[in-house]
Design a protein around this ligand. Structure first.
Ligand code: BGC
Ligand code: BGC
Length: 631
């Protein structure tokens, strides 16, 4: 071979190699993976590549207990959730959470198209399933503050704590307008008043970030790695059910439904909420999970919501009575209503097989599947999940961060409502003096973080006891008083004990035990024993302030006369010092009822503006005190 032939050969070889290299590079360059491409181009490109199986996988959300790297990969699962109290291990650290979240993600990323999954959790008053997180007051207290800026800060703090565990999505806020306190979820509602609930949607820009001027109406908005996707729930009319029955029937004409329950959804969509959850409840007998007019017609078409609609937990199962009686029918009704992602959460193959069957046999048009997948991918692209699918372990420091605890403490101060102060208005009991010789702290809720936090804390139903980091009201009292003041704690003292001690005054902390969802439905709304006896015994012999820890107004009329001062503290969360900051006068009482306080349950439902309005304490009521400077 001469020199020229050698030359020709190597040129050919080079050309050949370049061609190979170029085609490899071309195979590797995929439009949807390029963050410089416009989002719609990325979505279109990705959807063109997806099989039906991959699309249905995206629409499937499963519980963490049935998830694994292998399941994520095999079924192309689009999302995983923690149900209430579902944690990778007891008292799991943020690192343990991150390892779990990332482990599932490696399964998703190892699929053909490598679409990241998203992890969702009920962070409804802080990151409440997580050990040592900051627990903020439940919404029923936050409504009292009427302070959207505060609630926005709580959203931002919650987003950081959720990200501290690697999670990118919260099933919050609940923007129910609770019209009947017999409902077990009334504490998840900010108010009976639509306008207050509307104000509180400011938590959404706190969780997700503030939309930019160029944001399109209805487009989901999540501003990067310090923020999380939010979920306005439960659409629509969850707080309006007959007799306050959880998952019940909201019987209303459309004017009232739209006037009372819809406005906060409108606001949420305008603020760029990424997802909306359908309600278990029905409107005039039709299950919301099957309501095409309201989900597709109103939310998607009229309000122009462009994020995804998620079902509630086994929500489609409950379309039939009994639940799960005809699952294929449930899938069909849910998908046709306009649900995009399905919180299955356990038996996902049944869902995947059922939906596949329905599509292949043309019961469900491909356009409906594409609408769902487009919305899910839009949320994932918007939040940068494709660029940052794995958790940032430098954020673990935010869990239970002191700044968040200070914020929660401030929130607690502003959620308190002073209902009574002194047997006569000229002799107020509050603020209490820090200097006294001996004071009594009593009541079932005085030394119990779990009770103080309520349902949706550590466990789905909440817990009893000091099971996570926080300050009980008892220890807050101990910290607040003068070092020479003797603080005696006796949960339920009897008459003899009270007589043989001379207390300057007593702080009694009683209320409801924790509950969630249907377990909280209650038609008598009395506080549980020994609460009423503690009040009677103690207030009978010592000057007393009663602090109520409840998720709603409860029956107090029978003993209100024996009480010297009465404070509604709702479900304040882990930062008990917020209560004592105000009891002892470092701050004044400012809270105004965001709910009507009834006299007796037979008045219910009774909301501000009703013709039969005759409350014990009206909506908007709240006595004030001035802060005392004790220096
Ligand atoms: C509740 C939702 C919650 C979901 C996941 C359902 O039972 O109604 O509010 O987000 O469970 O825990
Ligand atoms: C789950 C909750 C869910 C509830 C609904 C519970 O087992 O932990 O997250 O809200 O079931 O029934």
């Amino acid at each position: 071979m001469g020199f020229t032939n050698m030359g020709k050969f190597s040129i050919l070889l080079m050309i050949g190699m370049m061609w190979c290299w170029a085609s490899i590079a071309e195979a590797e360059y995929m439009l949807y993976k390029d963050p410089k491409q416009p989002q719609s181009v990325r979505i279109n490109d990705l959807m063109k590549r997806m099989t039906l199986e991959e699309k249905i996988g995206q629409m499937t959300q499963i519980e963490r207990s049935v998830a694994s790297k292998e399941v994520m990969k095999k079924y192309f699962i689009g999302s995983v959730l923690s149900g209430g109290g579902s944690v990778p291990s007891k008292q799991a650290t943020p690192e343990t959470w991150i390892n779990m979240v990332n482990d599932f993600q490696t399964g998703s990323l190892s699929t053909r198209l490598g679409i990241p999954y998203i992890y969702g959790i009920d962070a409804v008053h802080g990151h409440n399933n997580v050990y040592n997180a900051t627990i903020f007051p439940h919404n029923v207290g936050l409504g009292v503050t009427r302070d959207p800026a505060l609630v926005k800060k709580i959203g931002a703090a919650t987003a950081l704590e959720v990200r501290a565990t690697g999670i990118q999505y919260a099933f919050a806020p609940c923007i129910a307008v609770c019209r009947d306190p017999r409902w077990g979820r009334c504490y998840e509602s900010y108010s009976e008043d639509t306008e207050i609930v509307r104000l509180m949607t400011e938590i959404i820009p706190g969780l997700q970030g503030e939309i930019t001027d160029d944001s399109k109406l209805g487009a989901p908005f999540v501003n990067g790695q310090q923020k999380i996707a939010a979920c306005a729930k439960h659409y629509l009319g969850d707080g309006g059910t007959h007799l306050g029955t959880n998952e019940g029937n909201t019987i209303l004409d459309s004017k009232k439904l739209f006037g009372i329950h819809m406005p906060a959804y409108n606001d949420s969509v305008i603020k760029g909420v990424a997802t909306i959850m359908t309600s278990y409840s029905s409107w005039n007998g039709l299950k919301m999970h099957a309501n095409r007019n309201l989900v597709t017609g109103y939310l998607k078409n009229k309000l122009k919501f462009k994020g995804f609609v998620i079902s509630d937990w086994q929500g489609i199962d409950r379309i039939t009575d009994p639940p799960h009686a005809n699952y294929t029918y449930s899938i069909l009704s849910g998908i046709n209503a306009g649900i995009d992602m399905f919180m299955i959460p356990y038996n996902y193959t049944e869902f995947i097989d059922g939906l596949t069957y329905l599509v292949k046999n043309k019961f469900v048009p491909m356009s409906r599947i594409d609408d769902a997948v487009e919305r899910i991918l839009r949320v994932k692209f918007t939040m940068g999940l494709f660029e940052n699918p794995l958790a940032d372990s430098s954020m673990t420091k935010y869990l239970g961060h002191q700044e968040h605890r200070d914020l929660a403490r401030e929130a607690v101060r502003k959620t308190l409502v002073l209902l009574k102060n002194g047997k006569s208005s000229t002799k107020p009991l509050l603020p209490l003096p820090k200097r006294a010789s001996k004071i009594l702290v009593a009541g079932s809720h005085a030394n119990n973080i779990g009770y103080q936090c309520g349902g949706w804390t550590i466990e789905w139903q909440g817990v009893s006891g000091n099971v996570t980091h926080g300050t009980t009201i008892l220890s807050a009292v101990q910290k607040a008083v003068d070092p020479n003041t003797q603080v005696i704690y006796n949960e339920n003292p009897n008459q003899d004990y009270l007589k043989s001690n001379s207390f300057d005054f007593a702080i009694i902390v009683v209320g409801e035990p924790p509950y969630a969802e249907t377990f909280g439905d209650n038609s008598n709304l009395t506080i549980h024993e020994p609460g009423p006896s503690t009040i009677k015994n103690v207030c009978g012999s010592v000057k007393c302030v009663v602090v109520l820890i409840t998720g709603r107004p409860v029956v107090v009329q029978p003993f209100v006369d024996t009480i010297d001062a009465l404070v509604a503290a709702w479900l304040p969360g882990t930062e008990g010092q917020g209560v004592t900051d105000v009891l002892f006068g470092d701050y004044g009482f400012t809270g105004k009822l965001a709910r009507t306080w009834f006299k007796s349950v037979d008045q219910l439902p009774m909301n501000v503006g009703d013709p039969h309005y005759d409350p014990l304490y009206p909506f908007g009521f709240g006595l004030t005190t001035d802060p005392t400077k004790t220096t």
